[in-house]
Design a protein around this ligand. Sequence first.
Ligand code: 173
Length: 321
Amino acid sequence: MKIKALVGAALLAATTFSPAAFAEEVTLRAVSAFNLGTTFSREFEAFVDWINENGKGVVQIQVVGGPEAVPPFELGNAVQSGVVDLANNTTAFYPNLVPTGDAIHLAENTVQEQRANGCYDLVDRIHQEQMNVKFLARAGDGMGFHLYLTKPIEGPDLTGLTIRTTPVYQAMFSALGANLVRTAPGEVYSALERGAIDGYGWPAQGVLDLGWDEQTKYRVDPSFYNVDVNLLVNLDVWNGLTDEQRAKLEEGAAWMEELNIKNAEINAAEYAKQADAGIETITLSGADAEKWLETAQTEGWAAVEAVDAALAGELKACLTK
Ligand code: 173
């Protein structure tokens, strides 16, 4: 018995994560796919502060870093394997692991509605089964995506334009005729500066954070979809926590998801700042706007259906009205 216990303790000491049975307070190591201090780490950092304030003696979070710590497109693998315990990441950065993840930003209902109608449980189950992570919480809800350009367009025709993309915009922009280049956010500024791209897909918020306004002339309205930036916890780590630790993290998750309500107001403030920075708005209207939004939804769902028709059907049933 004694030897077994000693070997067990030695093995545990060799891992970065100390299970709850041996430590009253556990510290999770977290990495963000987005630069710390910028828009898409905002809710994550608020969540970390909330946990570190309200979880004393139970659970704490240590932020290891942002994209400089783990490259954004590698972060999914890092949290899957347990190299990091908790990740702030968007489905567009881990399509290799959860190929139907694109469905989440096609949602027409809120995160709170998805919790109530069972959709959150479905999304969580898919993440657990396919990626070995607990889908703890979602930020970004209530904020759409836009196309930003260095040259004007007349209507919803992107023929001849080279646009920086992620899986979010891929189906829509390619159906509208664009050439696409997939890059992490960190490469957008220099691609614009070099003239390698004529524009990029990006959410309503965060352009100024990254200094991209210097290289951006136009934003195309209306916005489409709903941003998803998710807190993911390695499933082995999650399962090793006590009920109290899990409950504290879930309490923090619900608190963080309430912050999504502020997005409408923040979007409006961000549009005003973009205008002040000289970004002009190209507003598609009438049939052009209809084509823009219709293409977004139809092509977006077609891409998810092509991955897994049955799962796409289940997701669509609880994500759309
Ligand atoms: O454009 C992107 O890099 C992207 O897909 C995304 C998704 C969520 C938040 C910010 C960017």
